[in-house]
Design a protein. Structure first.
Lengths: 250, 250
DNA sequence: GGTTGTGAACAAATTCACAGCG
DNA sequence: CGCTGTGAATTTGTTCACAACC
């Protein structure tokens, strides 16, 4: 199959690719060279058929009887996800959450350097958080342009979330991650995702009282408890016996 | 339809109920007495048919030709979600994120008081964060028992996330919200949800380069740009023009 | 033998469209 | 007339199961 001629990748698959990628990264660090769909499924907490279907949307990058080459799969997946380049991020609203996100190393590590902090509160402007100085939200267009930022994070109170989203879009930002507990919309030309912490707890509350959920969201296979599935060896330089501590179960 | 005889509520619906509930809360604060599925859909950023289907799983609480009674719907929904009572929460891992979550008022406000903070780092134990003193993770069973905590939040580094989950479950906690970028599993008797911040950004990165996503996750209707969809009419006592923009909130 | 890639079966979720009721 | 509640149609996502291939 040539490099082109690819189907449109389903949304559900797109949401899982980053999880696979993180696992591949760990595998590569553990010197694994290949991995089977069965093993990857185990580590990702999903079904093996799903892994194969998901990966097939990227192309036919596996080898029958062998599995997938870890490095090559990582490369293709990163490319598909657009993670060859860094995507600088602007955080709007430097309260508790905004400041924590600014200090959170996990973003830069994974290719999303926090490049600017912005707030509407003039008493905060000029203050430093980590290595960055907070700037005023009115400067958003300049700030975004300077950095070539494409992603904005909203960590403001709910009441101003929509206004902030509008200003982000006006400043040329096309991807928005909203942490404010409010419904926010962006034009079709931009993308939006949201994380509502209290909503997550409320969902848990529902299942707290009744039976547990059907299958625990996007992860967790009940049979075969993954448990110490950490360090996944696979055949490669690494110690060859320790993959998943229970891969070929059941 | 009597009070019993209810279908099993689909997972996708459960995930949206808290969003509706938040909107109803704002509406009630703005003195709205009734709301139609059309208006609620607008405010929630979803399709009206979906709202009606979702609400129908709770029972037949609407009035044809009129809409839903805001207070009554709130009551039924809270009951269904198990939000009549508070659910004390234990946060494990008081780093940047854990501390921010501890200080985040949004949890207590919505019925999830942060009741205890726990960390493995002895130099942190005894330290205060807000009104709480950090305790050692070895005390988890006692802490959980003291508070009757049912929900645990994992805000630790990825490597210890599974171990922490195990200890939470052993301590009698049956709902876990995982912020660590690692796959964690819990026994079928417990529930699990996860929030992976970097994964969210990576998903956005995918849509950044290509066309925008099919319909922007669980919100946003492209047609009828919600925008100033604020003020959801609704016949009620309150000044009928001021609903959103700063609903009852503080 | 082992493992992928995928068509086909199945299941879940969404949307349509309209009867039924206030 | 307006709006709910819901069967039916459609779309999306998951899982099975097996031929193809290394």
């Amino acid at each position: 199959m040539p490099d082109s001629a690819r189907r449109r990748i389903p949304e559900a698959t797109v949401a899982r690719l980053p999880v696979y990628l993180r696992i591949l990264l760990e595998l590569a660090g553990a010197k694994a060279t290949t991995i089977s769909s069965e093993q990857l499924a185990e580590l990702a907490g999903v079904n093996a058929a799903k892994v194969r279907k998901d990966l097939s949307y990227l192309g036919s990058y596996g080898t029958r009887g062998v599995g997938y080459d870890v490095e090559y799969l990582m490369f293709q997946m990163s490319r598909e996800l657009g993670l060859n380049q860094d995507w600088p991020v602007v955080i709007v609203g430097i309260g508790n959450l905004g400041a924590a996100l600014a200090n959170y190393g996990g973003f830069s590590e994974r290719g999303f350097p926090v490049a600017a902090l912005v707030d509407a509160d003039k008493s905060k402007v000029g203050t430093r958080v980590g290595a960055l100085t907070i700037r005023h939200i009115d400067e958003l267009p300049q700030v975004a342009a300077e950095l070539g930022a494409a992603i904005g994070i909203i960590a403001t109170p709910a009441v101003v979330a929509q206004e902030v989203a509008d200003r982000l879009v006006d400043a040329g930002i096309t991807s928005v991650l909203n942490f404010a507990p409010a419904i926010v919309t962006v034009p079709p030309s931009a993308s939006l995702r949201k994380v509502d912490l209290a909503v997550e707890l409320q969902i848990l509350s529902f299942y707290q009282q009744r039976r547990p959920p059907p299958a625990a969201e996007s992860g967790v296979q009940q049979r075969r408890r993954a448990r110490n599935a950490e360090r996944a060896g696979a055949k490669g330089g690494g110690s060859p016996g320790d993959l998943a501590t229970g891969v070929g179960t059941s």
